[in-house]
Every structure is written in C-alpha cells, then in structure tokens.
Design a protein around this ligand. Structure first.
Ligand code: 5AD
Ligand code: SF4
Length: 465
C-alpha cells in the first residue's frame, strides 16, 4: 500500500447487524489506508451494504447505484476515482447478477467475506467486477481487525456486537437462512474481548446481535457450551458496562437449550439486562403461524410473555408482524389484532408480506391483493401506534434512568434512552455522554419523551423555596 490515505463511505440498509457490519467493514479497510468519509460525495470508495429481506429493500440498491454512478461521473470531472462495492444480503443473494443489472460495480461481496475486503479491492483494481459470495471455512470474526479506540469513541456510548449469525429455522417467508447461512455462534472469549475493548473506549451499553440471538450456543471461556443467558451474565460483569440488550429472538428458543428458562431468569436476576424484549411473533393466527413454519402457536407466545412478565414485571415487549401472508383471511388478521390487544406492546414493526424468490411461501396459492394488505397494515399500525403512545404516556411523572447518548435536537439539550428504549430529551446541564442520570419524565413529544434531571429539579425547588 502507498502511504497516501483514501476515504470510504459505507451506506447501510436494513437491520442492526448490517449497521454493525458497516463498522467492521470500515475497520477492515483502515489498515489498507482508508479513513471514513463524512459524506458519500467525498468518498474514494462507496460501499452499499444492502438488505434483501423485502422486495422494496432489495430494489433500492439499483436506484442507489444509479445515483452513485452519477457521483462517480462528477468526481471524474475533477480527476477523482470512485470505487463502487455492493456488500450485504443482496450481494449474497444475487451475486454476479448485480454486475449484469448495474454497470460500474467494482466488487460484489457477501457478509461472510468482509475480512477479505482489502485483497478483493486489490483484485478489482486490475480487473473490476470481482464477486465473492463464499461461505469460507475461516470465520471473518477471527480475521477482522478491531476498531481503534478513537473510532470506537466517535461511534458513541452504545454499541452493537454480533454474537450469533444465520438461521436454521426456515420460516417460509424468509430469505435469511439463504443470505446469512446456517446458524453459527462466536466463542465467548472473542465476544468478551470485544466488549472489554468497547468498555475501555467508553461504551456503556452493548446490544448483543444475532438473527436468532437467543439460540446462541458458543464455546464458553471454561470450555463448555454457553447459552445466551450465560453470555449475558459475563458481558454484564465487564467493568464499565452498565446496560446489556439482545436482539432478535425467536419464541422457540426462549426456553433455552436445556429447557430451564435461564434467559427469562436472567431478566429477573441481572440488573444490567434491560427490561426490554423484542420477540417477533409475525401473526396471531395459528393457521398462518403453521403456514409460516413458525413452529409455535399464539398460546405458546402468550405463555412465554407471561413467564417473562412474571420474572420482570416492568418488561416492555416489542414484536414484528407480517400482514397479507398467502391465505390470510379476515378472521386470521382479526386474530393478529386481538393478540396485539391482549399482549400490549411498547413498540412493534409491521410489514406487508413481500414475496421472496426461492422461499417456500413464494410458491403458495391464495395470494392477498395489495389493497387488502394496505388496509390491514394501516389498521395494525394504528393499533401499534396507540399502544406506543399509551406506553410513553404511562412514563410521564415517573423518574427513570437515562443513558445520555448524544446531543439533543435543540441547543443545550442532550438525548438518551430509558431502560425501555424510549428516546428522552433533557437539558444537558453537566451531564456527559455515557452518564446514567436520574430523570423525571415531564411529557411526551411525538416519538420521544421530555424530562428533567432530578438534580436540576431539586435545585430549582430549593431556589423557589
Ligand atoms: N415479507 C415481509 N416481511 C418480512 N420479514 C421477513 N421476511 C419478510 C417478507 N418476505 C419481516 C419479519 C421479520 C422482519 C425482520 O422482517 O417480520 O421479523
Ligand atoms: Fe436484511 Fe436480513 Fe440481511 Fe439484515 S440479515 S440486512 S434484515 S436480509
């Protein structure tokens, strides 16, 4: 490598794992001479980190590639080269097809090959159009360099760490088993080393990531097989780490590998584990759950939620829903609405079913018309929004711990998160990023909460007598 530094801009779509991967790609390119650019316009190398989960997400790549090509033309007029990389799940699913559909792509690289980025770029320099969508024998995690302390610091006090990747569940609608491959878990020692490095750079909260994170079964530091619950306990014990979260979970794995409900117990016993559970259910109809190959019923789901609430009564629930799955009748959809009413979610994501090539559901009859999907989605989202607003309103008047994360929208304000993942805005005062402060929630504003520090409140009371 020449001594000359270049810049890279990674634009990420889709899930939190992609956001984590984007950082790791930037880290992988740092030793090869790339600094992170603040904007795509300034970058010598543009990486699109793509999502394949729904058709709309996947198609976005091609419109974005059009824009990047325009950018490349403008930069060329100024004598600057621009490399274009397509990474992520569309790269994995479509591979060389991307080169055929879109001109100008230098490299297509799947999620398991990010550690090879420097050498792949080198290859692409002499022969643009390199494709690497292998599932290599070696783990990318062993080979990916760690971020520098400065980089980690710049990324904030809350960090993601992938602990598990891939999926063996094969829900009939889903591309993940094909794009991210079979389920694998990272060894606990590697995860804990990463968490320690993060903590030393000032990180206070880690979110453990996996497509099926509660199916985690990695090699423990004692040589045994560790469950997610065991891993959470070790992560929570890392000096500096005040908060631990995990996402995304499958209902089938909540009981744990030994059926001992250890993860649920962790919600009761580990104070650092935040009282929030994202547990996708997808549908409230047993018929549709069976057609989706979810392998659980609506009652199974309700019983799991009950157990978690028994262990941690203030836990906030969140979920994912799909409306308009093939064969979904009005009655099936009503079952979903009723389940949402019964559970009461703090937040939830909902999507129209999107047919994905190669998945079993794509072959199913009784497709649901777009207009019906639109109607059902609107009804479900209205209900979810109401529950979200109710949940936030119920926090008003209470005092909660807020992890201060970043500058607020208004001057003098900072913004942070409650234990229940609610965004809270407050006057900064002497609070620094990474502090956990006691905040009285005074009101709600749109999608966040407003609050005042208890210390500031006490001071004002003293002043006014
Ligand atoms: N169509 C619509 N939504 C989907 N999801 C996954 N696959 C599809 C699909 N084919 C949703 C599920 C999943 C979330 C990440 O995306 O709700 O939990
Ligand atoms: Fe999208 Fe799934 Fe890939 Fe995440 S893992 S980017 S949700 S397809």
């Amino acid at each position: 490598m020449s001594g000359e530094r270049k810049t890279v801009f990674v634009k990420s779509y889709g899930c939190q794992m992609n956001a984590y991967d984007a950082q790791r790609m930037a880290d992988a390119l740092a030793p090869a001479g790339y600094d992170e650019a603040a904007a795509m316009e300034d970058a010598d190398l543009v990486v699109l980190n793509t999502c394949h989960i729904r058709e709309k997400a996947a198609e976005k790549v091609y419109s974005e590639l059009g824009r990047v090509r325009e950018l490349r033309k403008e930069r060329a007029l100024r004598g600057l080269d621009t490399g274009i990389v397509v990474a992520g799940c569309v790269a994995q699913a479509e591979g060389a097809e991307i080169l055929r559909r879109a001109r100008g792509v230098d490299l297509v690289v799947g999620p398991q090959s990010y550690h090879r980025l420097p050498e792949l770029l080198e290859q692409a320099r002499s022969r643009p159009g390199v494709v690497d969508t292998d599932f290599p024998a070696e783990s990318k995690f062993d080979a990916l360099p760690a971020a520098s302390r400065d980089r980690t610091r710049a990324r904030g006090v809350s960090a993601f760490v992938t602990v598990q990747e891939g999926c063996d569940k094969f829900c009939t609608f889903c591309v993940v088993p094909y794009t991210r491959g079979a389920e694998t878990s990272r060894p606990a020692s590697a995860i804990l080393a990463e968490v320690r490095r993060l903590a030393e750079a000032g990180v206070r909260e880690v979110t453990l990531l996996g497509q099926n994170v509660n199916a985690y079964h990695g090699e423990g530091t004692d040589g045994g097989d560790w469950s997610l619950a065991r891993l959470i306990r070790a992560v929570a014990a890392t000096p500096g780490i005040a908060r631990v979260r995990y996402t995304t979970s499958h209902p089938l794995d909540m009981a744990g590998p030994n059926g001992d409900w250890e993860l649920v117990a962790a919600h009761r016993d580990v104070p650092e584990l935040m009282p929030f559970l994202h547990l996708p259910v997808q549908s409230g109809s047993d018929r549709i759950l069976a057609a989706m190959n979810r392998r659980h019923t609506r009652d199974d789901y309700r019983r799991i939620v009950e157990r978690v609430r028994e262990a941690r009564p203030d836990v906030a629930l969140s979920s994912d829903f799909i409306v308009g799955f093939p064969g979904e009748s009005d009655g099936d959809f009503d079952d979903t609405m009723r389940l949402v009413e019964e559970i009461g979610f703090a937040s939830a994501y909902s999507f129209k079913y999107s047919e994905r090539p190669g998945t079993p559901a794509a072959e199913m009859d009784a497709k649901i018309p777009e207009a019906v999907k639109t109607e059902r989605l609107a009804a479900l989202q209205a209900l979810i929004e109401r529950q979200f607003q109710d949940f936030n309103a119920a926090t008003v008047g209470r005092t909660v711990d807020v992890l201060v994360e970043k500058p607020g929208r208004h001057p003098g304000q900072v913004s942070g998160k409650s234990p229940w993942l609610q965004a809270v805005a407050l006057e900064a005062g002497d609070a620094r990023f990474g502090d956990i402060v006691s905040v009285r929630i005074t009101g709600t504003g749109g999608h966040s909460l407003l609050g005042e520090r208890e210390a500031a409140l006490r001071e004002r009371r003293a002043l006014t007598g």
